[in-house]
Design a protein around this ligand. Structure first.
Ligand code: C2O
Ligand code: CU
Length: 487
């Protein structure tokens, strides 16, 4: 049916079955883009920067006068943006005020397995979990979200997610917009579907997973942003559970890609579109002229021939995402740096193991997730090549916890610019083999596993996930802690 919720937002629905996209029509951008607040922190006696996050339920007014039941951290929808510098020790007190158990996973962070917030680190209602770790990686746009086995999609869909920005000296020395909320803007894009009472429809199922017919950016429907600088840095996050985007600008102008999941590229890359699958991030610089208006849009992503033919998941139409309204007078920081971060290529010759992963049905290598089974055992500090294949004519992607990888090959080709930097999540075009290379950190724990999985959350929840441990050389994998909440 047709649901029109946002003031001035026309949504024409063509429901032809679960998982099939509706059309988002032309939007009147009526709502100022919400900027998630920066999280407050204090430094404790041990020198740790301490943050407090409380997962809670509430209501959010996406459309004026309509209260939607939602969940958030320290608020009713999404969570505050955590910022910490490379080298800092951090501690996050995660309190659970929900009526069900949850976890908080630090997506993209290098850290000990016990701090990772995967499905083994359940925080029961009323409990508090306080992981601590040292930030030991380059400046990047990371994020956090729940990860309970079998329930991740629902909890993320209710609104639990936030950004974790890592800063470092290398990034700080460059000429780049970096005033949060002014010329450095988080853009968390999510799709949602509302029922006639304005509540999230959370039980739409199809193989792809739930696909919404309206977009939220930082929790704002039909958003606009007042741009006050010649160059604005957008930190794009695909925070959707299943939907793919191909972001670009409405007049086709190019933008500069400066960073991917794990940090800055070596060189800024001019491009006119970038595809992001769930969990992926990209930082782009958009240039505007005084007084103009230009829209961030998503055109139907090219998901690979067979995937596009087999599913209309990505939509047949262009989606309006965010209107950029340039002020009459714009501030300038000067020409942005184009040479960005040094990036040592990891070498195949240094790899001590090769592993292959085939995604099919809801399985990886023909296995469904089992909380009690360790699938892979990796040695601390090892460089490994992981080859990943999507054996289906449908979209999947692949995320590895606690490590950033480089892409060696996409099929027989070297990676395009958007896959040339540090990545932790990658779209898997059907029939294309992806060769990834990664070096694991020195944190070891034979018992506590990290996850690898498809980040289309319905797939992850259905079992498209596996577990690896990082051990000392020669050490055997142990036994994971007791499983909770089996699916
Ligand atoms: Cu963003 Cu294992 O997840
Ligand atoms: Cu998948």
């Amino acid at each position: 049916g047709t649901v029109v919720l946002a003031v001035g937002l026309t949504a024409c629905s063509t429901d032809t079955g679960a998982g099939v996209i509706d059309t988002v029509g032309t939007i009147d951008f009526v709502n100022p883009l919400a900027i998630p607040p920066l999280a407050e922190s204090t430094v404790n006696a041990d020198g740790e920067r301490v943050f407090d996050l409380t997962a809670e339920s509430g209501t959010t007014e996406f459309t004026s006068g309509v209260d939607t039941d939602t969940w958030g951290y320290n608020g009713s929808y999404l969570g505050p943006t955590l910022v910490a510098a490379r080298g800092e020790d951090v501690r996050i007190n995660v309190a659970n005020d929900l009526r069900e158990a949850t976890t908080v996973h630090w997506h993209g962070m290098s850290l000990p397995a016990e701090m990772d917030g995967g499905p083994h680190q359940m925080v029961e209602p009323g409990a508090t979990w306080s992981p601590n770790f040292t930030i030991d990686q380059p400046a990047a746009t990371l994020w956090y979200h729940p990860h309970p086995d079998g329930k991740t999609e629902h909890q993320v869909e209710m609104g639990l997610a936030g950004l974790f920005l890592v800063q470092d000296d290398e990034e700080a020395a460059l000429t780049l917009p970096r005033t949060y909320g002014v010329d450095d803007i988080p853009v968390v894009v999510q799709d949602r579907r509302f029922d006639d009472d304005g509540q999230f429809v959370t039980d739409v199922r199809g193989y792809i997973g739930p696909i919404g017919d309206q977009l939220l950016v930082n929790g704002t429907l039909a958003p606009y942003l007042d741009v006050t600088s010649e160059v604005v840095r957008l930190r794009l996050v695909n925070g959707s559970t299943s939907r793919m985007y191909d972001f670009g600008l409405s007049d086709g102008r190019s933008f500069d890609l400066i960073a991917t999941d794990g940090g800055l590229l070596a060189e800024a890359a001019p491009m006119d579109g970038i595809r992001l699958s769930p969990g992926e991030r990209a930082e782009i610089l958009v240039q505007v002229t005084p007084g103009e208006t230009v829209n961030l849009q998503s055109t139907p992503p090219d998901l690979g021939t067979s995937a596009s033919a087999a599913t209309r998941n990505a939509g047949d139409d262009t989606l309006d995402v965010l209107e950029l309204r340039a002020a009459a007078t714009l501030s300038s920081i000067g020409a942005p740096s184009t040479t960005l971060a040094a990036m040592e290529p990891l070498r195949k010759a240094d790899a001590s193991a090769d592993r292959s992963f085939t995604l099919n049905g809801y399985t990886i290598n023909n296995r469904l997730m089992d909380m009690t089974r360790i699938d892979e055992t990796v040695e601390a500090g090892a460089t490994e090549v992981w080859t990943v294949d999507n054996a289906m004519p449908l979209p999947h992607n692949f995320h590895v916890h606690a490590v950033q990888f480089q892409v060696l090959r996409v099929g027989t080709e070297p990676p395009p610019a958007e896959l040339s930097g540090w990545k932790d999540t990658i779209y898997l075009e059907p029939g294309v083999r992806y060769e990834l290379i990664m070096q694991f950190a020195e944190y070891t724990d034979p018992d506590f596993p990290y996850m690898f999985h498809c980040h289309m959350l319905a797939h992850e929840d259905a079992g498209m996930m596996g577990q690896f441990v990082v051990v000392k050389p020669g050490e055997q994998a142990g036994t994971p802690p007791t499983a909770h909440d089996a699916r």
